[in-house]
Design a protein around this ligand. Structure first.
Ligand code: SF4
Length: 254
C-alpha cells in the first residue's frame, strides 16, 4: 500500500454514533478549509497544512492502522475537515478505507462540486453530508467569512438531490444572522431532499424550541427533517405522526 502523499490527518475519532445517523463510524479530520466561517466549530482545522508548518498531524499509517483494527466494529468512516476536497489525494485515502470493507461518507462545505461529482462517479462515497451556513443569498458571504461561489454550492446541492446515495443536508442556524424566511428559502433550495438537519451555531444558540419551530418551516420541503441531537422527532413531510397528537410530526424516524 502506497501511503505517499495521502492528505494530512489532523484528528481521529475511532468510533462515533453521532457522525453518521444509524451507523457506527470512525471520523478522520483533514487539515485546511477554503472558508472562514466566524462561528466555525473547528477553527484549528481551518489553516492549510503549510500554515501549520507540517506540525500537529497524526501519522497516516497510525490512522489507517486504528481504523483497520476496528473495522469489524465499524460500519463506515466519515472523512471531514476542514474541507476534505481541497486535497488532491482524497480519492486514494477513500479507496484505502473502502478496501477495508467500510462505507465512506464525505462531510463537505460543497464549494467544490466537480471534486464531489468525481468521487461519486468513481463510487468512492456512500454518502455526503453537505454543511450549509445560510440560504444561497448574499447572507452566505457573511456566514462563510469570505466571498463564496454560490453557483458552486448550488451545483453540489443539485448533484446530491439527483443522486441515489445516502446524502444529508445540514443547515447551521445562527439566530443573529438568519430569520425564518431564510430557513424557508433554504428548504425550497433543497426541496425533495431525503434528509435535512438543523443545527445550532453554538450550544443553546438558538435553543431547542426555536430550532423545532424552524424545523417545521423547512420540513415541509423535505422527506425527513430533524433538529440535531433529536433523531426521534421528524418534522419532514414523510415523518411519522406523533402518537396521541394528531396532525403534528414526530417520534420514531431517524
Ligand atoms: S466550512 Fe466548516 S470547517 Fe470550514 S470554516 Fe466553515 S465551519 Fe469551519
Amino acid at each position: 500500500m502506497n501511503l505517499e502523499g495521502l492528505p494530512p490527518v489532523a484528528g481521529l475519532v475511532e468510533s462515533s454514533l453521532v457522525h453518521w445517523e444509524g451507523r457506527v463510524a470512525a471520523v478522520v479530520y483533514l487539515q485546511g478549509c477554503n472558508l472562514r466561517c466566524p462561528a466555525c466549530p473547528v477553527p484549528h482545522l481551518v489553516p492549510g497544512p503549510e500554515e501549520r508548518g507540517g506540525k500537529g498531524f497524526i501519522p497516516v499509517e497510525g490512522v489507517l492502522d486504528a481504523v483497520f483494527t476496528r473495522r469489524h466494529l465499524l460500519d463506515g468512516v466519515v472523512v471531514a475537515g476542514g474541507e476534505p476536497t481541497l486535497h488532491e489525494n482524497l480519492p486514494d485515502l477513500l479507496e484505502i478505507l473502502r478496501s477495508f470493507g467500510l462505507k465512506t461518507r464525505l462531510q463537505t462545505n460543497g464549494t467544490r462540486p466537480r471534486a464531489i461529482r468525481d468521487l461519486l462517479a468513481a463510487e468512492l462515497l456512500d454518502g455526503v453530508l453537505l454543511n450549509l451556513q445560510a440560504p444561497l443569498t448574499a447572507l452566505y458571504h457573511v456566514a462563510a467569512g469570505v466571498e463564496v461561489d454560490l453557483g458552486g454550492i448550488y451545483r453540489t446541492v443539485e448533484l446530491l438531490l439527483g443522486d441515489a446515495g445516502d446524502h444529508e443536508f445540514r443547515l447551521t442556524i445562527d439566530p443573529r444572522l438568519l430569520v425564518p424566511e431564510d430557513v424557508e428559502r433554504l428548504g425550497r433550495t433543497v426541496a425533495g431532499a431525503r434528509r435535512l438537519t438543523l443545527a445550532p451555531v453554538a450550544p443553546g444558540l438558538p435553543g431547542r424550541r426555536p430550532l423545532r419551530a424552524l424545523a417545521r418551516v423547512a420540513g415541509k420541503h423535505v422527506e425527513h427533517c430533524f433538529v440535531a441531537g433529536e433523531p426521534s422527532r421528524d418534522y419532514g413531510r414523510a415523518g411519522p405522526r406523533r402518537p396521541g397528537r394528531p396532525g403534528r410530526r414526530s417520534v420514531g424516524a431517524a
